[in-house]
Design a protein around this ligand. Structure first.
Ligand code: PLP
Length: 443
């Protein structure tokens, strides 16, 4: 054992009254911690107290700061910290993609106890899991006779190809061998399920004939992936779903971003209804991108194919939880979503919002309202500009705003911190201004 390992094996600290470090039982009884003991239990608080006693021994904190340090450490163990998205990127993967709307939030709370997720209350017998959500999906995409919800977009794609092509070959264009983020690549994901991918065509041009020439008796399906997070420009072409459907093989279309019907503001984004009408056998996409709902994977198709996916053993490992199902149903039935509102926001309205934010911090520091280029983000509509407005602050503010309460995640551009107002809820600008004032008062 190295000396460091030996040092770790020393029994945990237990107070040291001679050095002014509070004893563990006395700390647990302190009023500042008693309420935390009631909520979190003795064991968790004791662990935090011992860690704080250790820090006091090492001289990292003063001996009389043990209780406060333990309390802070326990507060820092929050499940998640709400942050304000001032990046101008509507679907920010690091910030959890889509913000849920009020109906979806209510649905989450309502579903947090016991629910009828798999029970028909009228007859008292077991019912199709999440049928309300499936019905809502069918209402929104009438072209799909079959619908299914799983954990996320990647799960939807894996399930579709495993059920349709395990042990066989799937054709995919070289221009659609996409990496979806954090080093995860669609080809690797699919090969991990026992599907063999056969690449056809070239990076910039793939024609129907490239697919037709590659078909053999081993071919089980054709995969069409929407290159959602990059764009190839210039001398390019890809075979369409309509063309691919003529080859007589199942066509799986991974549209990715979750648009259910065409959106004129997002002309290059594929949508589920159009893909099905063009002849796709199965369409897969995410629930927390352009759809604006919780993390989920959606599957659309004909009734028989979707039933085949639903009966596949893997489906049970990928099924959506009751909270996601509830939030998704409410999102689908809502008139709009925060995601859609942010993408379609009117530029003049954004400017007025930025000016309102400026007026709330004015006097404290020099502020300037400036144009700011937002993005859809989240692997959707790459290159589509979203002209908006921001509050410009000194560059050094970005780091400190992230540590303010509540945290504000802004964007640094050309030596300035831009607080882009596109994704800030208009009724919460006061809280954002409060965070900015907090940072300014310490600057
Ligand atoms: C985002 C995306 C995925 C992955 O979806 P998740 O919901 O993140 O699992 C797969 N394919 C495409 C084309 C995507 O855009």
């Amino acid at each position: 054992m190295s000396p460091q390992h030996l040092a770790r094996a020393v029994p945990p600290a237990s107070g040291d009254p001679r050095r002014g470090i509070v004893r563990t039982d006395a700390a647990l009884a302190a009023p500042e911690l008693a309420e935390v003991v009631a909520r979190r239990g003795r064991a968790a608080v004791r662990t935090a107290v011992r860690a704080a006693q250790d820090r006091a021994r090492q001289g990292e904190i003063a001996p009389d700061e043990v209780v406060a340090a333990a309390r802070q450490a326990l507060e820092d163990q929050r499940a998640a910290t709400e942050v304000f998205n001032a990046t101008g990127v509507v679907l920010h993967t690091n910030l959890g993609r889509a913000q849920l709307g009020p109906d979806a939030v209510d649905a989450l709370v309502a579903a947090s106890g016991c629910t009828d997720v798999e029970l028909d209350l009228a007859s008292g017998v077991r019912a199709r899991r999440g049928r309300q959500t499936l019905d809502a999906l069918s209402r929104r995409v009438p072209d799909a006779a079959g619908v299914l919800v799983v954990n996320n977009g990647a799960a939807a794609l894996v399930l579709a190809l495993t059920a349709l092509a395990q042990g066989r070959e799937v054709l995919v264009s070289r221009g659609e061998m996409v990496e979806i983020g954090d080093g995860f690549r669609i080809p690797d994901l699919l090969e991990s399920t026992g599907v063999r991918l056969r690449e056809v065509g070239t990076t910039n041009r793939t024609r129907l004939a490239d697919y037709a020439d590659a078909v053999t008796e081993r071919t089980a399906a054709i995969l069409k992936v929407h290159p959602s997070n990059f764009r190839v420009e210039g001398f390019t072409s890809e075979a369409t779903i309509t063309e691919l459907a003529t080859l007589g093989l199942p066509v799986v279309a991974d549209t990715g971003s979750g648009l259910l019907a065409p959106d004129p503001a997002l002309p290059d984004e594929p949508d589920a209804a159009t893909a099905l009408r063009a002849g796709a056998t199965v369409v897969t996409c995410s629930g927390d991108k352009l759809l604006g709902g919780p993390q989920a994977g959606l599957v659309f198709g004909d009734a028989d194919t979707v039933e085949r996916l639903r009966r596949h053993p893997l489906q049970r490992a990928l099924r959506a939880d009751k909270l996601a199902l509830a939030a998704l149903a409410a999102t689908l039935d809502a008139a709009t979503t925060p995601t859609s509102v942010a993408i379609h926001a009117d530029e003049a309205e954004l400017r007025a919002r930025a000016e309102q934010l400026a007026s709330l911090v004015e006097g404290q520091l020099p502020v300037e309202v400036v144009p700011s280029a937002g993005r859809v983000g989240g692997g959707a509509a790459p290159g589509l500009p979203l002209p908006g407005w921001a509050l410009a602050l000194p560059e050094s503010y970005a780091d400190r705003l992230r540590l303010a309460s509540p945290p504000v995640v802004a964007r640094v551009e050309a030596g300035r911190t831009l607080v882009d107002v596109r994704c800030l809820p208009p009724d919460r600008l006061g809280e954002v201004a409060g965070a900015i004032r907090e940072v300014a008062s310490r600057a």
